[in-house]
Each structure stands twice: as C-alpha cells, then as structure tokens.
Ligand binder design. Structure first.
Ligand code: MEV
Length: 443
C-alpha cells in the first residue's frame, strides 16, 4: 500500500459544501474518482424525498449504507404470533431466529414480562463546603427544582410519565467535593433521551441559580460548579424478561437425547455464568438478535449495548444474561436484560423502512417492543447453544458462509447451485471453495 494512501489534506468549511461538492471532494482521493462517485450514486435512493430525509439524519451524508433487512416469522410471544424485522449483516442470525421461533412455537411459544421501566440521569456537580448545609439546601429547594422543569415535563406528564424521583447523592468518597442530582424518569413510549437531557439541564441551571440566592451558604458554597448533565445508559431498573419452558422429554425426538441435550444446555449456560471469556461470546450471541431488531426498530443500538453489558457486569464480574435450569422434569430458559427503547420519537416515525418494521410488528408500544427484542435475544441464544452442544456452530454458519464466499468469487447462479450441493458432503473452507469452483469451471 502507498504510504500516503488514506492521507488527506485538511479541509475547511467542509460541512458548508453542497452534497455534490462533498462527493466530488471525497472522490478525488480515490484511484478512480469517477468510479468512486458512481458507486455512491448507486447507493443513493431514486426517490429524492426519501433521500433528502436520509441526508438530514446526519451531517456530511454522501450515500446510504445498506444492511440486509430479514424477517423471522412464527415468533409466538405471550400467545400472539409475530414476524420480526431484523437488520443485520451476519449470515446465520435470521435463520437462527426463524428456527428457534418455529421450535418454540410448537412448545407454547415465548413468554415475556416487563420488570421495570425506570430511566435515569444525573447532574454531576462540585460543591465545596458543608455537606450538611447542602442537604438542607436540597430539602428546602427540592420542590422548586421540580417546579422549574414543569414546562418541559408537561406533555410527558399528560401521557402518564415524567420525573418520578429526585435525590441528592454524596459521591465525595469517589472524588473530592463531588455530588449528584440523581433523577429517575418514566418516559412512556419514547426512549426519552432528549426529554431527560432537557430536564437535567434545567435542573442544573436552577440548582446554580437557587444556590446563589441561598442565604445559609457562604460565598464559596453559593458557587456550585456543574460539570455536566446527562442521562445514563446504565438502566438496571428498565428491565424485561423473556422465557421459554417445556418438559425435558419433548425437547428433541427421543427422550434420551432430550435429557442429555437439556443437561448439556444447562451446563453451557452455567459456564457462561461463571467464566467471563465464555460469557462475553454468549452475550454477543444474544446481542445478535437484540441489535438486529433494535436497529430495525430505529432505536439506538449503542445505548442498548452499553446498558446491556453494564448490566451483565453488575455483580462485579461479567456474566451470562440468560439462565437455564431443569426443575421437576421441566426445562426452563430465560433472559433478563435492560432495554431503554422507544416507539415514538427519534427515527421511529421518520424513517420509512423503520415505520414499515413497526407496522410489521403491529405498532407495538415501548413495553411491547422491549418484550419483542428480549425474545429475539433469547431465541438467538437458544439457537447458538443448541448448535454448540450438538452439531457445533460451524455447520450452520458455514452453509451461509459458503454463499458469501461464492458471491465474493463471482460464482454464477448455476455454479452456486452445483457447489451448494457439493458442500453438503464436504467441509467448507475458503480454500476448498476456491478449489471446487476452479475444478467446476475446468470441467
Ligand atoms: C456468533 O455471532 C455468536 C455465537 O458465537 C454465540 C455463542 O457462542 O453463544 C455463536
């Protein structure tokens, strides 16, 4: 590679350029600028209204970045049969979801319940002075602080949500003079990031103003220094649980195989509970399902991932999010995780394909979507462990991987057909596929 490859000159005023100018500028850095521009063109929506919508989601948009959107039918949740939208690039995930859904549909389906919907945020501030006086100040002005947010919370309160708790937290054991306003929220069907952050910024402003006027404070105590005001993606009380169960002997065709399978399955989950190396991969498999539906539903998958992994480590050690046990001859498998997601606001109504996904799911509210997403995670985890403790993961993965390799090698439809049947009996590897394709082409 040329040592200057990827090295671009500094550019000023880039965001003010038109989209065409931005594309021209960026394309100039390619070996073939015309081809680079043409490729971006092919990833531009022919309907200008839709394209304009996408361009306005972010700054400096030059094209759209596609992920395949798949659907997993037969997902029975609390007795209702749904089809899940899944936006994901990993080849085996939708197939695994569909298989697990079908498997459990004939065994009573998934159950799901909400364990909590609390969202949280903090005003982080520095107060130099008497902790005792700060507590007295807070007790005196707590109602005023809440009152100051009334205009912001009005609509949310009308919908049944709002600020549900406000406390003063002493964090001076962590950092000298460090305190928090700790705030809990009910954001109803919205994920609520903008709402929460607006409330927090207002609380911070009022905190400073009220402190300046508080007569019991010394001059130094009056100068509360707000460091920042921001929601937390750690939402251990915004929880959903998805579960499946069935008599052990109905798990597989033969009761003997079923017993062995159930025991190995429970063992595999137990390993992920106690062994962080396994737990991370185990939870990654859960996130395959979670992220795919979270993305399709237009929610913030980074926020979800941050919260989920923090929850997995809440005991002080990173552990499995799912649990499995055999009790009185019944196999139980469940997943509990935090999901701060919404069905109004953000992209949910704006993005046409996201809206389509919501309609596919029957326009769920936030709690229903939490249940759907948790089920997607549990079904993915079930499919992964089922493969791992029986045939091994590669069998299923490699089938899909084979198609990717064949596409990379530019195989025609008839070559793909021939090689897919060839690899039913042979092990897939990149080298083996190249060889088999070469041999076929030489015939
Ligand atoms: C691959 O994307 C996910 C798995 O590794 C999950 C697991 O090991 O449980 C198959």
């Amino acid at each position: 590679m040329n040592k200057n490859a990827g090295q671009h000159n500094l550019v000023s005023g880039f965001s003010k350029k038109t989209k065409a100018e931005k594309i021209a500028w960026v394309s100039e850095h390619f070996a073939n600028p015309k081809a680079a521009t043409a490729l971006l063109d092919t990833y531009t929506h022919p309907d200008t209204n839709i394209q304009n919508l996408h361009d306005e989601f972010i700054e400096n948009a030059v094209a759209n970045f596609y992920l395949p959107l798949g659907v997993a039918p037969n997902v029975v949740i609390n007795g209702k049969t749904l089809t899940l939208p899944m936006a994901i690039e990993e080849s085996s995930v939708v197939a695994a979801a569909a298989n697990a859904a079908k498997f459990w549909a004939s065994r009573g389906g998934f159950s799901a319940e909400i364990l909590g919907i609390e969202k949280v945020g903090q005003v982080h501030f520095i107060f130099e002075g008497s902790t005792h006086k700060l507590h007295a100040f807070f007790d005196t002005h707590k109602a005023d602080l809440l009152q100051a947010t009334e205009a912001i919370t009005k609509n949310m309160r009308a919908r049944g949500g709002g600020i549900t708790a406000l406390t003063l937290e002493d964090k001076t054991h962590l950092i000298e003079d460090y305190f928090q306003l700790d705030v809990s929220f009910d954001t109803q069907d919205s994920m609520g990031a903008n709402f929460i952050n607006s409330c927090l910024e207002q609380l911070a402003k009022s905190l400073r103003e009220l402190a300046l006027l508080y007569n019991d404070f010394s001059a130094q105590e009056k100068e509360i220094e707000v460091v920042m005001s921001i929601l937390s993606n750690h939402v251990p009380n915004c929880l959903v649980k998805a579960a499946v169960s069935c008599p052990v002997e109905t798990l597989l065709d033969s009761p003997k195989d079923s017993q062995l399978f159930a025991e190995k399955f429970v063992q595999a989950v137990r390993i992920a509970e106690v062994e962080p190396y396994r737990a991370v991969t185990h939870n990654k498999g859960i996130m395959n399902g979670i992220d795919a539906v979270v993305i399709a539903s237009g929610n913030d998958f980074r926020a979800v991932a941050a919260g989920v992994h923090a929850y997995a480590a809440i005991s002080g050690q990173y552990r499995s999010l799912s649990k499995a046990e055999i009790k009185d001859g019944v196999f139980h498998f469940s997943l509990t995780l935090p999901l701060a997601i919404g069905t109004v606001g953000g992209l949910t109504k704006l993005h046409p394909l996201v809206r389509w996904c919501h309609e596919l799911m029957g326009f769920p509210n936030a709690e229903e979507l939490m249940k759907i997403v948790a089920v997607a995670g549990l079904s993915q985890n079930f499919a992964a462990i089922k493969s791992l403790v029986t045939s091994g993961i590669q069998q299923g993965h490699m089938k899909m991987h084979l198609l990717n390799i064949l596409n990379q090698l530019g195989a025609t439809a008839s070559e793909k057909k021939a090689l897919i049947s060839h690899f039913i009996k042979h092990t897939v590897s990149h080298h083996a596929v190249v060889e088999a394709l070469e041999k076929l082409r030489a015939e």
